[in-house]
Design a protein around this ligand. Structure first.
Ligand SMILES: NC(=O)c1ccc[n+]([C@@H]2O[C@H](COP(=O)([O-])OP(=O)(O)OC[C@H]3O[C@@H](n4cnc5c(N)ncnc54)[C@H](OP(=O)(O)O)[C@@H]3O)[C@@H](O)[C@H]2O)c1
Length: 232
């Protein structure tokens, strides 16, 4: 059985990734604040095991406990490979830094950077004894280096996630780690991020389903340990 832990599965790219992964011999573990009932129904109709954890990744102190609960859903003897896709993120605050609220800045960094770091750390700890293929895929963004006004938190969290990915790649060999930067995708996040940038409306947007195919092609066929690459 191949196990997949995917954060941010309630909509957008994460939902599309889970839809693509609903196949025989796969066991899906989904995390977001809102449960995606459509995914659960689809998994049930195909007889694919899916566990949904309704969890707020801002609760960074509870993430290790969450990972332990996730591990309990697995039948260790059946594990062929195990994957963690750190996809969940927020774009807020979309604001000049001096107008940004301190709580929004803290929450942003918790969800976009601290949560994937702790999820990765507890994933590595909890799977140490499993001699199977183990991979972490972190979803970044071109805005990690392409800087725009009002998106300083987002650029900072994604640049941090990329450095984290490369640094963990240097020290870990038992678990493989990689980052992918999707292009512009037609999701709620994209809409939220452009509210101040008229030019952005002219960008051709990919469908979440296309983004999911590209992201999964890196996970399965083009995995480069310790690297962060452009999705398309
Ligand atoms: N869309 C783009 O153009 C684009 C481009 C480059 C990179 N990306 C990256 O692609 C990834 C997916 O983005 P998207 O466009 O699909 O975004 P989206 O449609 O806004 O979806 C974000 C997902 O993250 C989850 N999430 C947000 N806050 C959370 C929290 N506190 N706890 C748990 N889950 C939380 C949301 O679920 P709940 O609200 O139910 O919690 C949702 O499922 C992100 O890492 C984003 O940075 C997107």
């Amino acid at each position: 059985m191949k196990y997949f832990i995917i954060t941010g599965s309630s909509r957008g790219i994460g939902e599309a990734i889970v839809q693509k992964l609903l196949k025989p011999n796969h066991h899906l573990i989904c995390i977001s604040r809102r449960t995606n009932s459509e995914l659960i129904a689809l998994a049930n109709s195909r007889n694919i095991p899916l566990n949904y954890f309704e969890f707020d990744l801002n609760n960074v102190h509870k993430i290790e406990e969450l990972m332990e609960k996730i591990m309990q859903t697995m039948d260790e003897a059946s594990v062929e490979s195990i994957y963690l896709i750190n996809n969940a993120a927020v774009v807020k605050p979309v604001e000049l830094l001096d107008l940004s609220d301190a709580d929004d800045i803290i929450q942003h960094m918790n969800i976009n950077l601290i949560a994937p770091m702790i999820l990765s750390s507890s994933f590595i700890k909890n799977t140490r004894h499993l001699e199977v293929d183990k991979r972490i895929l972190n979803i970044s963004s071109g805005l990690s280096f392409n800087l725009k006004a009002m998106l300083s938190c987002y650029s900072t969290s994604k640049a941090g996630l990329e450095t984290f990915t490369k640094a963990v790649g240097v020290e870990q060999n038992n678990v493989k780690i990689m980052g992918v930067r999707p292009g512009a995708v037609d999701t709620q996040m994209y809409e939220d991020s452009i509210s101040t940038d008229e030019q952005a409306y002219k960008v051709k947007l990919a469908k979440p389903s296309y983004a999911a195919d590209r992201i999964l092609s890196f996970l399965f066929d083009r995995f480069e340990h310790g690297k962060v690459v452009k999705g398309w």
